[in-house]
Design a protein around this ligand. Structure first.
Ligand SMILES: [Zn+2]
Length: 144
């Protein structure tokens, strides 16, 4: 649904706050960490937890956490999400695609955790990093 000033009707009575488009920023440390972690696990998938801050108009990703009990395979990486403590600092996950595809798989979307899912595909350059929301829509990453 589109939200904006073009909607007809009596907007003035809307009690719902206007949806604010969030921007996703990522620090250079996190980018470098993602790249080296993915290269280290190649040809297997690697998965990491994204830690950061949720602000009103921004999701800031500023740290990477290695998940407990993670498993690695050529076509599968994951960890039992139940094992994760509920922590507001966890804003999502990142995993690598050794196949070179930047698209989230059905599996990825079914196991979405948090607000943001980052996929970094082979050959793991900075331009191979893509971020998606829970609907599988790509969102822009702003490097800080
Ligand atoms: Zn995937």
């Amino acid at each position: 649904m589109r939200f904006g000033f073009f909607k007809k009707g009596n907007d003035r009575n809307d009690v719902e706050p206007k949806k604010i488009k969030k921007v996703v920023t990522i620090t250079s440390n996190v980018i470098d960490g993602l790249i080296s972690y993915s290269k280290m696990h190649h040809p297997y998938e690697g998965i990491l937890i994204l830690e950061g801050e949720r602000k009103r108009t921004e999701i800031l990703i500023n740290n990477l956490v290695i998940p407990p009990f993670s498993v690695h395979g050529p076509f599968y990486s994951g960890f039992p999400i139940n094992e994760l403590p509920f922590d507001l600092k966890y804003v999502g996950t990142a995993h690598s695609h050794p196949s070179g595809s930047s698209q989230p798989s059905l599996e990825d979307l079914n196991h979405f955790y948090g607000l943001i899912s980052i996929i970094i595909c082979h050959p793991y350059d900075e331009s191979d990093i893509h971020a998606y929301d829970s609907n599988g829509r790509e969102v822009d990453l702003i490097r800080r």
